[in-house]
Design a protein around this ligand. Structure first.
Ligand code: HEC
Length: 139
């Protein structure tokens, strides 16, 4: 039996529409954004840029590789705000002490909270599901 080209075309259209449906109607899962102030976070991004933290650190695995990725530093066990403040005040290894003002420090922490809320930097925690979307691997 020969399949007519019009049928192949219709099957492809059907596949395209059902795949688009799956993508656009999939609920978006975003961590709660209520624990940070968006205005302070955007001011904090300027602090991040001013001191060029990205030249040595990564966000979402992109950036310099002298220091570790800081995407989820705020929510990592045994780290968080106090730890970050201590690192910034004292410096560590090749990282100098930056002498940030208290306000700059707080804005920077707000920025790091917003980055943490936006996702995870570790690609190994994600898996591809049957329709080609990525999902968090809870195992
Ligand atoms: C000259 C390169 C350099 C710059 C610029 C830099 N850092 Fe670092 N940072 C490092 C290195 C190296 C470490 C230590 C990594 C280690 O312990 O092995 C570090 C460690 C840290 C840590 C501790 C991370 C952990 O998981 O132990 C934090 C937090 C941190 N830096 C924040 C910042 C912030 C915020 C800025 C911008 C104000 C910044 N760093 C700029 C090089 C840098």
């Amino acid at each position: 039996m020969i399949i007519k080209p019009i049928r192949i075309f219709l099957i492809l259209c059907l596949l395209f529409l059902s795949y688009s449906y799956c993508i656009y109607f999939k609920p978006i899962s975003i961590k709660s954004t209520s624990n940070f102030n968006i205005h302070k976070a955007s001011a904090g991004r300027l602090v991040w840029q001013k001191y060029n933290c990205q030249s040595c650190h990564q966000l979402y695995s992109l950036g310099g590789y002298l220091g570790p990725d800081l995407t989820n530093i705020i929510s990592q066990p045994n780290k968080g705000e106090v730890f970050i403040k201590a690192m910034l005040v004292s410096g560590i290894k090749q990282m100098p002490s930056f002498h940030l003002s208290l306000n700059e420090m707080n804005l920077l922490l707000e920025f790091l909270k917003s980055v943490d809320a936006s996702g995870s930097s570790d690609p190994r925690k994600w898996k591809v599901n049957t329709i080609g979307m990525i999902e968090k691997n809870e195992n």
